[in-house]
Design a binder for this molecule. Sequence first.
Ligand SMILES: Cc1cc2nc3c(=O)[nH]c(=O)nc-3n(C[C@H](O)[C@H](O)[C@H](O)COP(=O)(O)OP(=O)(O)OC[C@H]3O[C@@H](n4cnc5c(N)ncnc54)[C@H](O)[C@@H]3O)c2cc1C
Length: 486
Amino acid sequence: MYDVIIIGAGVIGCSVARELSKYERKILVVDKASDICEGTSKANSGIIHAGFDAKPGSLKAKFNIIGNQMMEELSKQLDFPFQRNGSLVLGFTKEDLIELEKLKSQGEINGVRELEIITGENVRELEPNLSKEVIGALYAKQGGIVCPFHFTIALAENAFLNGAEFMLNTEVLQISRVSATEEIPFDFYHIETNQGILRSRTVVNAAGVYADLFHNMVSEHKIKIVPRKGEYCLFDKCVGNYVHKTVFQLPSKMGKGVLVTPTVHGNLLVGPTAEDVLDKEDISTSEDGLKEVLKKASRSVTDLPIKQAITSFAGLRAHEESGDFIIGECEDAKGFFDVAGIESPGLTCAPAIGEYISNIMSQYLPANLKSSFQASRKGFISIAHASFEERKQYISENPAYANVICRCEMVTEGEIMDAIHRPLGATTLDGIKRRTRAGMGRCQSGFCSPKVMGILARELKVDPSAITKSGEGAYLITGFNKDDVV
Ligand SMILES: Cc1cc2nc3c(=O)[nH]c(=O)nc-3n(C[C@H](O)[C@H](O)[C@H](O)COP(=O)(O)OP(=O)(O)OC[C@H]3O[C@@H](n4cnc5c(N)ncnc54)[C@H](O)[C@@H]3O)c2cc1C
């Protein structure tokens, strides 16, 4: 019997797990995927929004402001990349300037600090590659960028370090509430999974685009989450400083529009589209989607370096019909806590949402603070970013840090071995890619994937043919039969 089962090891589930792990509780995080951060948390813009877009009074506005302000301290504690690079919303017409003023006022009502309207000339002084058509912009110094993978993995690793358990490859199929009996004198939840039955006094529903499914299993007040797809184009690091700030256009009712932004790892990211789709697994990209992204982005910047595009990807926003997040205990299912409809700015809000759920959970299921809680965690070693002296030190400790496996991102065998043997370590090519960046570069793993597969197989002591790209079914070598592997 667990005290808390969290469904979903995305940024929300992992943030909740970390906050709850500050207390003496038996916590389990379950995810159907083979790794943490396999859902929407892996495919987004990576922006820490300043907080001017959200409707005043909404949960999005409230948690955005708090989450944004928590990010600096959290990134230091948990050692993940975060930069407060600032953002611009561009105006091209006089009507746009009126809208920018409205956005600024809305931001101020929400509590965003340091918002400023600047002229077209000021915009191009800050960002020389922006279009000559820009006549003004809303400049938000509090905007930032983060690595969504490292952020989510850091939260998960720290929760794990503090006692939270994780069960991956575990798909929740059915949930029901069971009333107290003489034998078990409290109500609990019976959770059917593909790995057997689990039981818990409380459930946190952080299942992303599937959160409506679980909410509707326990509550009469039905909710509906529509997956809203966003397609992106990622550019090579050689044009990573084409812009320095995150450059938005004016938002519409479908979202924040197409942006152009540097990433914390030095790439240039352009996107996303916004299209409601029927399939909750549809993360395909399309020619039309990418054309739309490039066309819209070309309005913001001059001569978008299209030839430097290295890959495309898509993510699904968990858009709930009410338009706001659904966060809190279900009225008609005590002990069931929803964190549903977490579309943008969910990444930004995650630390604040985790804290909030932990606070309301303390009222339902009081627990003592854990004296052994460790707030910090050491991030991944990066030889590419280490100084000459540090490299020498690492290599003297382990010569595998001198063996470069991914030439594009300069990732060594030692780093890949670390990623496998860390808590909640990588078991797939994608897992290695997100932790170390091996395969994230110009060649998109064309050269390093066989070598990474070999290291994974050696370290995990399995046959190379058992190594997958991203879990069950995603085999890289054809003709593989699971039963053949010793
Ligand atoms: C295109 C796009 C751009 C975005 N840009 C930004 C941005 O720049 N800044 C920002 O703040 N936010 C942004 N967001 C929003 C942000 O990415 C999300 O709010 C956040 O990642 C949601 O996290 P989550 O943990 O709720 O969901 P997820 O990361 O999807 O996690 C849910 C998890 O639940 C698991 N799961 C589902 N069903 C089951 C089941 N039956 N059994 C077990 N496990 C299950 C899934 O495998 C998944 O891992 C963007 C979103 C999109 C799509």
